[in-house]
Ligand binder design. Structure first.
Ligand SMILES: NC(=O)c1ccc[n+]([C@@H]2O[C@H](COP(=O)([O-])OP(=O)(O)OC[C@H]3O[C@@H](n4cnc5c(N)ncnc54)[C@H](OP(=O)(O)O)[C@@H]3O)[C@@H](O)[C@H]2O)c1
Length: 247
């Protein structure tokens, strides 16, 4: 039986990825900052473990308890929307600590076991902001674009050990907790001078023509893990697929 470790499983995409791999017969290590067993099916193949991607001291215990992994899904992430001028460098660093350095640190912790067994897949969940430029998302885009570059390069050196690296690029999902989880972080990031620019953009965000569902992302991660063609990027959701096709 194959085992996947997924970060950020308390809600949204991560929760659905965990459910999907479990439903397909995998053993799932669903990691969370604050473990909650009640959101996932109770099963011998489902383990909920504590892991905070910004706290490398939480990695060793989770990885020891997980046992050998066949796949790592770096899904945990936080958002920030606002004018760059109003975004403090402390906040920019906080976003990078989770979205960028957290992904890199956990990947580095997992590589040795995959390299030694000469097998396995690492899937990094970025965003459709890497597929087309979007306004008021400079810091968030930077944090995800860094992982796109990181993954593309890392894929070469790990391929020489039989380990694959993949990118899943989801579009906008109004149904996850992404916006509410980021609400406090974004307060005050649109100063009055930016309001005339920002208002129509927020109005457009509120009425998207195409969106991404949690199931779209779970399906894309599943396809990425099972890919045998060497494809690096997997846009997920109708909006992301449309942006990828327009490139
Ligand atoms: N929703 C969208 O529109 C959208 C679009 C494109 C890409 N994405 C990306 O998709 C991924 C999942 O987002 P989502 O939409 O499912 O949002 P979500 O519902 O807010 O889920 C994010 C998850 O990440 C976890 N997390 C945050 N910081 C963490 C940390 N330091 N260590 C471990 N876990 C942490 C959260 O845990 P807590 O419950 O502890 O906060 C939560 O489980 C993120 O990487 C996000 O950037 C989202």
């Amino acid at each position: 039986m194959k085992t996947v470790l997924i970060t950020g499983c308390s809600s949204g995409y991560g929760l659905e990825i965990a459910r999907h791999f479990h439903a397909q017969g995998w053993s799932v290590v669903a990691t969370m900052r604050t473990p909650r067993e009640d959101v996932l099916p109770r099963s011998e193949r489902m383990r909920v473990l504590r892991l905070d991607v910004t706290r490398p001291d939480t990695f060793a215990a989770a990885l020891a308890e997980s046992g050998p992994l066949d796949a790592l899904v770096n899904n945990a992430g936080i958002g920030v929307v606002g004018a760059f001028e109003a975004t403090s460098m402390d906040l920019a660093r906080e976003v990078f600590e989770t979205n960028t350095f957290g992904v890199m640190a956990l990947t580095q912790a997992v590589i040795p076991q995959l390299r030694e067994r000469r097998a396995g897949v690492i899937v990094n969940v970025t965003s459709s902001v890497t597929l087309a430029r979007m306004p008021l998302a400079a810091v968030y885009t930077a944090s995800k674009a860094a992982i796109e570059g990181f993954s593309g390069s890392l894929a070469f050196e790990l391929a020489s050990f039989g380990v694959q690296v993949k990118l899943v690029e989801p579009g906008y999902a109004p149904t996850t907790r992404f916006a509410s989880n980021g609400g406090a972080r974004m307060a005050g990031l649109v100063p009055p001078t930016y309001a005339p620019f920002a208002e129509p953009i927020f109005a457009a965000f509120a009425t998207p023509t195409q969106v991404t569902t949690e199931a779209d992302v779970a399906d894309a991660v599943w396809r990425a893990v099972h890919d045998t063609t060497g494809q690096l990027r997997f846009p997920a959701g109708a909006d992301a697929v449309a942006l990828a096709q327009a490139r």
